[in-house]
Design a binder for this molecule. Structure first.
Ligand code: PMP
Length: 290
């Protein structure tokens, strides 16, 4: 069965799902998106993803040309039409068709498309053994240039860091801000554990407020751990007992080496494992039914 894509009010075959070369989403990365998981026909934290999508759009003065209810229905229907039980959903809103100038007000109608498909996860061994990552030479965009809290279609900053990772033979890289504080990874948020205390950078230093990050904080607090949102530098990373990343695709994944330094004892730690277990238990049952 060919995949079916939602595109501007219609369901079209994957091969027919096309966008104009004059769409400013393509010409300038002008648009916003969400990456969401479907687990056992439940869309995980869908309301939070929609909140973030609308906040991203508002901050770039982009009017999403449909209501939240219409977006929910279109998303669920895209999952149903593709016969999905588990998968990954991509919601995209572009500025729409304009001319070759930057002016977004020339673009009369934003485009919305929704892809619901299977997902390529990190292999099981990486969850069992942990990731070995590096620090990227590329700095995260500063909040006074463009807010990393906007999940925009311009991911070149992250892609440059991803290239840094690839060149170092690593699956992920840490991004620092201009002050040298650790902000996040290329597509994941970052957490450290030291003496039982869990710390993640506050989003105001330049990180995306990840939906999985929020879920991990909720789970950890529910399990009785203290979670702080506080900036830290590489010193704290190298000195951590445990470290993990969170993201829609990665879920909760341990980091055991950074820049050649072993984190803790070099194996995924007990607190990280407990969080991952509970995260998987919650995703299997929680969420918006399609
Ligand atoms: N940071 C960045 C830069 C991201 O692109 C993402 C999304 N993959 C995340 C963090 C994690 O966010 P979420 O948990 O909402 O997927």
């Amino acid at each position: 069965m060919e995949e079916v894509i939602y595109l501007d009010g219609e369901f079209v075959a994957k091969g027919d799902a096309k966008i104009s070369v004059f769409d400013h989403g393509l010409l300038y990365g002008d648009g916003v998106f969400e990456g969401i998981r479907l687990y056992e026909k439940n869309i995980f934290r869908f309301e939070q993803h929609l909140d973030r999508l609308w906040s991203s759009a508002r901050s770039i003065m982009l009017d999403i040309p449909m209501s939240r209810e219409e977006m929910i229905e279109a998303t669920c229907e895209t999952c149903r039409r593709n016969g999905l039980t588990n998968g990954y959903i991509r919601l995209v809103v572009t500025r729409g068709v304009g001319d070759l100038g930057l002016a977004p007000w020339i673009c009369k109608k934003p485009s919305v498309f929704i892809i619901a498909a299977g997902i390529q996860l990190y292999p099981k061994e990486l969850y069992e053994n942990g990731l070995q990552i590096v620090t990227a030479a590329t700095r995260r965009i500063a909040p006074d240039t463009f807010s990393a809290r906007v999940k925009s279609l311009n991911y070149l900053n992250n892609i440059m860091a991803k290239i840094n990772a690839q060149n170092a033979g690593a699956p992920e890289a840490l991004l620092l801000n201009r002050e040298g504080y650790v902000v996040e990874a290329t597509a994941d948020n970052v957490f450290l554990i030291k003496d039982g205390m869990i710390t993640t950078p506050p989003t105001y230093i330049g990180a995306l407020r990840g939906i999985t990050r929020d879920a991990a904080i909720d789970i950890a607090r529910h399990q009785g751990y203290t979670v702080r949102e506080e900036p830290f530098a590489l010193y704290e990373v190298y000195d951590a007992d445990e470290m993990f990343l969170t993201g829609t695709a990665a879920e909760v994944i341990s980091v055991v080496k950074v820049d050649g330094r072993t984190i803790g004892n070099g194996k995924p730690g007990p607190i990280t494992n407990k969080l991952l277990q509970e995260f998987r238990a919650i995703t299997a049952t929680d969420g918006t039914k399609i």
